[in-house]
Write a protein that binds this ligand. Structure first.
Ligand SMILES: Nc1nc2c(c(=O)[nH]1)N[C@H]1C(S)=C(S)[C@@H](COP(=O)(O)OP(=O)(O)OC[C@H]3O[C@@H](n4cnc5c(=O)[nH]c(N)nc54)[C@H](O)[C@@H]3O)O[C@H]1N2
Ligand SMILES: Nc1nc2c(c(=O)[nH]1)N[C@H]1C(S)=C(S)[C@@H](COP(=O)(O)OP(=O)(O)OC[C@H]3O[C@@H](n4cnc5c(=O)[nH]c(N)nc54)[C@H](O)[C@@H]3O)O[C@H]1N2
Ligand SMILES: [Mo]
Length: 768
């Protein structure tokens, strides 16, 4: 099978399907990563780049937020990390000639795969009102243009400032400072669509919206539960941690509607056993849950644990912990005392015996870690689901001790750091007043727009300027048609980017592309080469320094760009010394150390070989000072079970093995056995029979909503062993089906993992 190049647009007729893989990584993983890297970077650049990836003297992988171990391999990266690097370090370029050749309207017809494949952006470009092509613009003129449009707004709240989670701590800190100095808290970020539900549930129950484990805990745990996460594709280096845990005697439970290869068996390419042998079996227990059934599962587990405690007092509940460190136990116990097993079995699709087995494993475990990702955070009832996990962890006292804890596994490599630095539409008062004291400025207190409310504001004409540092807002957000219209209605859209994407071709009346240096690239400023800092999923803050020559001499760093806009907008008289910061990033870190809690002596501590770990009271001292009561909080949550009418399926939108969010690397999903197609919908064979569809048939996916139907056209049906009643399609192709108003309670995260759809045949079934 010949690999399709990005020049060829996606054509669903090329699809080929083989049986899903039972194991992840191994030699094919290494081979694919090297092949892609050499294709994009050539041999010499590949060798140089991969040698620096995730090393102490190198740069942080722009892939996921999984932490680096203390003892590093020479090759401390995974197949998908190597792909992420190749994507940035590519030798292909998108310069002024490219834009002169391609009208924006033509580019808008292309897929994200094609756009991303064109290479790195090299010059600042402007699309003037009524223009057909982007044209070059000088940096100074670009900054002046942004400043003029922002100043022309009737209030700063008419501007929206988005961030994606690749931005360094230094750039993020200055960006929120710029936005708040200007006078708004409109700081939506990708986290609003990602782990917001985890943050909301954890800050309420433990007082810190972050995970409570460190990498070392994985080697000490005797039970690891991986819920709603596909680490083989999205956090491949986590498989190494799971393998080590397994070898040290831990058991693993995987809870997922799909039998993901990475959860079943791992062939570690870093050792001989993984290369030559059968690899390590990972999951001891695979719970094939129905989409959205996790709250029912964890309520049932809570019910069983409490029943066993009642039968044998002192054997299951960590009474000392519950009595001294928590509140709300009685109400919680009451809420799960009466359980309707018929409802639980229907919601989970699991046998009662399996739920009992899993609960027994938890009761027998001395050190349990629960990990999760998007399979839990993107449902209407995500926050109560994660609270329910916190409940069972608390009743067993599995937090704040070695080998145990809560582990939301973050996505973007610095999404957690951006939050720490103040990228949030509702930062706490303490942070805001520290900013005011440090800089002698006044910042607004009214909460700003998150991602969903920002789209509403643009749609309704209440926001007119949209600025994004990174990301691909047009493609990553829900309700594609609505979001694209909202962006097009803006006076000005500004994208600070490394690569061309959909957000450059779905633009406001005037549009700017400001090209920036990436993680892999050298950042030379007046005081010499600069490094930046990032925070991983386990609160470790460390430095990252790129070494490649920048893709073009015209690129500026994100810090430079933010300060350039700030200087043009706020003027030389502003109390923040905007023009000083880009000269020497230590000056930014000095300010961070005085404003951001836990970052004292930042400049010294990030220079330690492995950086430093941010404080986390529950992890460090079993203290819960961040909650309202000062204790960990049990919660009583009403059970929600997604309602799926007769003849309909519950659709989740997820990532293939060949993409990084909206960046498409290729058209294969190797572990799932899918080749050369992205417009596919995975459906259980029994559901296909029941609904009267056939494997390979072409269908439209239709979401039925009170306001109107949403239709995603021409998807190929793939008969696949997903849980009954469930379906899966790739993000972002299926985003048009997620209504803007369908969001999680409390966190307002789009419900990208639970959309009721019906299939509609567009052609007769394919000939056998
Ligand atoms: N290579 C690569 N790496 C990435 C990314 C990427 O796109 N490519 N993206 C990064 C980002 S930003 C993020 S947030 C993470 C995402 O990492 P993941 O959360 O692993 O990403 P998804 O592909 O959305 O996979 C969700 C998983 O949850 C399962 N699931 C869906 N619904 C349910 C449910 O109701 N219950 C349960 N128990 N499981 C469910 C799906 O079957 C799937 O296995 O990865 C990061 N790393
Ligand atoms: N239906 C559905 N929708 C989803 C999800 C889902 O599972 N299903 N997942 C959600 C999640 S978890 C997330 S995190 C969001 C992701 O949303 P985003 O973070 O907005 O999207 P990305 O695709 O990661 O952004 C890719 C773009 O970032 C730019 N870029 C890359 N590196 C850099 C850099 O170093 N600096 C700058 N300035 N730009 C850079 C490039 O131009 C690239 O095209 O999508 C969300 N949307
Ligand atoms: Mo994410």
């Amino acid at each position: 099978m010949v690999r399709q190049s990005p020049d060829k647009d996606v054509d669903e007729s090329d699809l080929s399907v083989t049986t899903p893989k039972q194991w992840a990584a191994g030699i094919p993983g290494v081979a694919v990563s090297l092949k892609r890297s050499v294709e994009q970077m050539g041999v010499v650049r590949t060798a140089k780049t991969l040698r620096l990836l995730n090393q102490r003297d190198g740069f942080d992988c722009p892939g996921c937020a999984w932490p680096e171990p203390g003892h590093r391999h020479a090759a401390e990266f995974c197949e998908n990390g190597a792909k992420a690097v190749a994507e940035e370090a590519t030798k292909r370029r998108v310069g002024p000639e490219f834009f002169a050749e391609h009208a924006v309207a033509d580019l808008a017809e292309r897929t994200d795969y094609w756009l991303g494949g064109q290479g790195r952006l090299t010059h600042p470009m402007v699309l003037r009102e009524g223009g057909t092509h982007y044209e070059p613009i000088s940096w100074d003129d670009a900054f002046t243009l942004v400043a003029e449009r922002l100043r022309a707004l009737s209030t700063p709240d008419e501007a929206v400032f988005y961030t994606s989670g690749r931005t360094s701590n230094e750039a993020a800190f200055l960006y929120q400072l710029l936005v708040r100095s200007f006078g708004t808290n409109n700081l939506p970020d990708c986290s609003n669509m990602c782990h917001e539900s985890s943050g909301a549930a954890l800050s309420e129950t433990t007082g810190v919206g972050k995970g409570s484990v460190s990498l070392a805990d994985f080697e000490l745990a005797d039970l690891i539960i991986v819920v709603g996460q596909n680490p083989g594709t999205n956090h491949p280096r986590m498989l190494t941690a799971l393998e080590k845990a397994k070898r040290a005697g831990a058991q693993i439970i995987a809870v997922n509607p799909l039998p993901e290869a990475g959860l079943m068996r791992f062939k570690n390419p870093q050792n001989v056993r993984g290369v030559l042998g059968k690899g390590t079996e990972l999951a001891d227990e695979f719970c094939q849950i129905r989409i959205g059934g996790d709250q029912a599962l964890f309520q049932a587990i809570g019910n069983l644990l409490l029943a066993w405690e009642a039968a044998n007092p002192g054997t299951v509940v960590d009474q000392d912990f519950v009595d001294n460190r928590t509140i709300g136990f009685a109400e919680y116990a009451e809420s799960v005392r009466e359980l309707d097993w018929d409802v639980v079995v229907a919601a989970t699709g699991m046998a009662r015996e399996q739920i009992e087995k899993v609960a027994r494993m938890m009761a027998d475990s001395k050190r349990t870690i629960v990990c999760w990702a998007m399979g839990l955070t993107q449902h209407k009832h995500s926050v109560p689901t994660i609270r329910e996990i916190a409940n069972v962890v608390l009743l067993r006292g599995m937090i704040g001790k070695p080998g145990a804890g809560l582990c939301p596994v973050r996505g973007h490599s610095n999404v957690q750091g951006d939050r720490t630095m103040g990228i949030w539409e509702k930062m706490p008062e303490k942070f805001l007043s520290a900013l005011e004291t440090e800089f002698g400025i006044e910042v607004p207190r009214t909460h700003g727009h998150d991602t969903v409310s920002a789209i509403r504001a643009m749609r309704d004409g209440n926001a007119k300027v949209f600025v994004a540092v990174g990301g691909n807002f047009a493609a990553a957000t829900p309700d594609t048609e609505v979001t694209e219209a909202a962006l097009r209605s803006c006076d000005l859209t500004v994208q600070v980017s490394t690569k061309l994407n959909r957000s450059h071709v779905v633009h406001g009346r005037t549009a700017l592309i400001l090209p920036t240096r990436g993680r892999t690239e050298r950042d030379t400023q007046e005081s010499g080469d600069q490094f930046v800092t990032v925070e991983d999923s386990m609160s470790v803050v460390h430095r990252s320094e790129g070494r490649l020559d920048p893709a073009s001499e015209h690129l500026r760093s994100e810090v430079d760009i933010v300060c350039g806009i700030a200087d043009a907008l706020l003027g030389p008289g502003h109390p923040v010394p905007w023009t000083d910061f880009p000269r020497d990033y230590d000056l930014i870190r000095e300010r961070i150390s005085r404003v951001v809690p836990g970052c004292e002596s930042y400049n010294e501590r990030v220079r330690e070989p492995d950086g430093f770990v941010l404080p986390h009271a529950p992890r460090d001292a079993r203290e819960f000072t961040g909650t309202r009561s000062g204790k960990a909080a049990f919660t009583a949550n009403e059970l929600t079970v997604p309602f799926v009418p007769e003849g309909r399926l519950l659709l989740q939108t997820l990532r293939s093995h060949d993409q990084y969010n909206t960046t498409i690397y290729g058209l294969d999903d190797r572990y799932r056995g899918i080749k050369d197609a992205r417009r596919v919908v995975l459906v259980n064979p029994d559901d296909l029979t029941a609904l009267g569809f056939e494997d390979g048939q072409l269908v439209d996916l239709i979401g039925e909503w009170p306001d109107r139907e949403r239709r995603a056209e021409r998807f190929r049906v793939v008969s696949y062993p997903t849980a009954r009643g469930c379906a899966a399609a790739y993000f972002p192709e299926a985003n048009s089906l997620v209504p803007l108003d369908s969001t999680a309670d409390t966190s307002n995260t789009p419900t990208s993992k639970s959309i009721v759809i019906r299939l509609e045949g567009t052609t007769p079934p394919a000939a056998p």
